[in-house]
Design a protein around this ligand. Structure first.
Ligand SMILES: NC(=O)c1ccc[n+]([C@@H]2O[C@H](COP(=O)([O-])OP(=O)(O)OC[C@H]3O[C@@H](n4cnc5c(N)ncnc54)[C@H](OP(=O)(O)O)[C@@H]3O)[C@@H](O)[C@H]2O)c1
Length: 452
C-alpha cells in the first residue's frame, strides 16, 4: 500500500513549446477566447477552433472547463483529443480545481495508447479567467506535465510514496448507518462483511440485482456453467422449451440472488443489521426515493462506501459515448445522486473504490480511468470540506475476485502481477477506513500493472 503524496516543484520539463509555436484552442466557453488572447500576447500563434484538426503544434482542449454534466464533458474532451491527435503533437486537457473532473485518468491512459503524442491534464487553480490565461502561458514555457497548476506558478504532481504498512488496528466506532453501494456482490461484499465485524451498526447494501429466490427443485450450483446445465436439465424435465439466452439470464439472476442472500447472512453473522436496497445508483429519482425511505427507517447515513462500478473496455479511438455513459453511470452519476440524497455534513467515514487505472492510466480503460480519477477528486474535495471525517480513496490494483474473472486472473499472473487476496484487501479497507491517517486521502493498493 502506497500513499499518494503531492509533490510541489517547478522543475518539470515534459515538453518544449517555445513562443512562435501554433496552438489550437477549442471553443467551448468564455475561457477559450481569454486563453487565446493570453497566448497571442506571449508570442504564440493561437486560434480558436470549433474542432481541432491536428495541424497545429499543440491543441488545448477546454471542454472540461464547461458546466455540462460530467459524462458529456468527459466525452467531448475525448472527442477533441481524438481530432487533435497527430504524431509528435501536444494535447493539453484543462479542468477546473475542486470540480468533479477526472481528465488525468484520460491523459495517463492516452499516453499509454498514443505514445506518439504528449497528452497532459492540467487542473487550473486560479479563480479568474485572467489568472487562467497567465497560468497556462507560464506552464507552457516551463513544459509542465500532468498536475495542478497552482496560482503561485508551481506544479503539484501526485506520486505514489514509499510503501506503508497497513494499520493493523483501528479505533472503536459508534454504531452507524452505512450505505455500501455494490456491497452485496463482488469484492465490496467482502469489505462490507469485514466492516460489519469491525463496526457493527446498520449496513445498507445497494445493487441493481433483484434478490431472486432459488427455483424449487433446482440443484444448487455456484458457477454459471454448471447452473446453465442444471437449468437446461430442469426445463427438459418440466417439458418446457427455453432459449439459451433465457437460460443464461435466469442463471445469472439466480446466482446474483444467491450471492446477495449469502452476503446478507454473513453481514448479520458478523454482528451488524443488514438491509438490501435494490437500486441502480445511476437513477437519480430511484436513489432519492430509496435513500429517503431508508433514512426514515434507520436514521441518517453517516458512513458511505461507494463500490458500485462496471467496465466497458475498448481503446479510446474506438470508444463510444454509450460505453462511457455506462461506466460513468454507477461511479459518477451514482456518487452525485447519493450526495444529493443525504446530509453530507453527517458523514464521518467515506470510502471510494477507485482503480490503479485512474492513477497510472490503463490501455482500453479511458472511461473507467476518468470515472475513478473523478472519484478521487471528489474524495479530496470531501476531505477538505469534512475535516473531522475520515475520507479514503482506494486506487486498487487487481483483486483475486469480483471483476477479475479466471481469464483476467491468468493474464495478470502471466505478467507476474500478484492479485490482492480478498480477505487481505477487505482488512486493509476496514483498517484504513476506521483507523488510517486522516490526512492521507488517496492510497494505491496492490501491485499496479501500469507501473511498468
Ligand atoms: N476487482 C478488482 O480487481 C478491482 C480493481 C480495482 C477497482 N475495483 C473497483 O471495486 C469495485 C467493485 O468491483 P468488483 O471487482 O467487485 O466488481 P463486480 O464483481 O463487477 O461488482 C460490481 C458491483 O457493483 C454493483 N453495481 C454495478 N452497477 C451498479 C449500479 N448502477 N448501481 C448499483 N450497484 C451497481 C454490482 O451489483 P449489481 O450487479 O447487482 O448491480 C456489484 O455489486 C468497483 O468499483 C471497481 O471499479 C475492483
Amino acid at each position: 500500500m502506497r500513499p499518494v503524496v503531492w509533490r510541489t516543484g517547478n522543475e518539470a520539463r515534459a515538453f518544449n513549446l517555445p513562443p512562435g509555436a501554433s496552438i489550437d484552442v477549442t471553443e467551448a466557453g468564455d475561457a477559450s477566447a481569454v486563453i487565446v488572447q493570453a497566448l497571442t500576447q506571449s508570442g504564440y500563434r493561437a486560434r480558436l477552433v470549433s474542432q481541432p484538426d491536428g495541424s497545429s503544434n499543440a491543441t488545448i482542449v477546454t471542454e472540461g472547463l464547461t458546466s455540462q454534466d460530467a459524462a458529456s464533458r468527459h466525452w467531448l474532451v475525448l472527442q477533441a483529443a481524438k481530432h487533435g491527435r497527430r504524431n509528435g503533437s501536444l494535447i493539453l486537457l484543462l479542468q477546473p480545481n475542486r470540480a468533479a473532473s477526472g481528465l488525468e485518468g484520460l491523459s495517463r491512459t492516452l499516453r499509454k495508447e498514443w505514445p506518439d503524442v504528449d497528452t497532459f491534464a492540467w487542473t487550473i487553480q486560479g479563480d479568474t479567467q485572467a489568472d487562467m490565461g497567465a497560468q497556462i502561458v507560464r506552464a507552457l514555457k516551463q513544459g509542465f506535465g500532468d498536475g495542478i497548476l497552482s496560482t503561485s506558478g508551481a506544479l503539484m504532481v501526485p506520486e505514489a510514496g514509499e510503501p506503508l504498512e497497513p494499520p493493523t488496528a483501528h479505533e472503536a466506532v459508534q454504531p452507524a448507518v452505512w450505505l455500501v453501494t455494490g456491497g452485496a456482490r463482488g469484492v465490496t461484499a467482502a469489505c462490507a462483511i469485514e466492516l460489519a465485524r469491525a463496526a457493527g451498526g446498520t449496513i445498507l447494501l445497494a445493487g441493481r440485482s433483484a434478490e431472486t429466490p432459488w427455483t424449487e427443485g433446482l440443484a444448487h450450483a455456484g458457477d454459471l456453467k454448471t447452473l446453465r446445465g442444471s437449468l437446461v436439465e430442469h426445463s427438459r424435465q418440466n417439458g418446457a422449451r427455453v432459449s439459451p439466452a433465457e437460460i443464461d439470464r435466469t442463471a445469472r439472476a439466480l446466482l446474483a440472488g444467491a450471492e446477495i442472500r449469502e452476503t446478507l447472512a454473513s453481514v448479520r453473522a458478523a454482528g451488524a443489521n443488514a438491509v438490501y436496497l435494490p437500486l441502480d445508483a445511476g437513477d437519480a429519482a430511484a436513489v432519492a426515493k430509496t435513500l429517503s425511505s431508508a433514512q426514515h427507517a434507520y436514521g441518517p447515513i453517516t458512513g458511505l462506501v461507494h463500490g458500485a462500478g462496471v467496465l466497458a473496455d475498448r481503446l479510446a479511438a474506438d470508444k463510444t459515448e454509450a460505453e462511457l455513459r455506462r461506466v460513468f453511470g454507477p461511479k459518477v452519476d451514482g456518487l452525485n445522486n447519493i450526495l444529493n440524497s443525504i446530509d453530507v455534513g453527517q458523514l464521518s467515514h467515506v470510502g471510494f473504490f477507485s482503480s490503479a487505472a485512474a492513477f497510472f492510466g490503463n490501455r482500453g480503460q479511458a472511461d473507467y480511468a476518468m470515472a475513478n480519477a473523478l472519484l478521487a477528486s471528489a474524495g479530496r474535495t470531501l476531505a477538505e470540506d469534512l475535516p473531522a471525517a475520515r475520507v479514503k480513496v482506494f486506487h486498487w490494483g487487481p483483486w483475486a475476485g469480483g471483476m477479475v474473472d479466471s481469464a483476467l486472473a491468468s493474464h495478470f499472473e502471466a505478467q507476474g502481477i500478484p492479485l490482492i487476496p480478498v480477505d487481505e484487501g477487505a482488512r486493509i479497507f476496514v483498517n484504513e477506513l476506521l483507523g488510517g491517517d486522516r490526512s492521507q486521502v488517496e492510497l494505491v493498493v496492490g501491485e499496479a500493472w501500469a507501473v511498468a
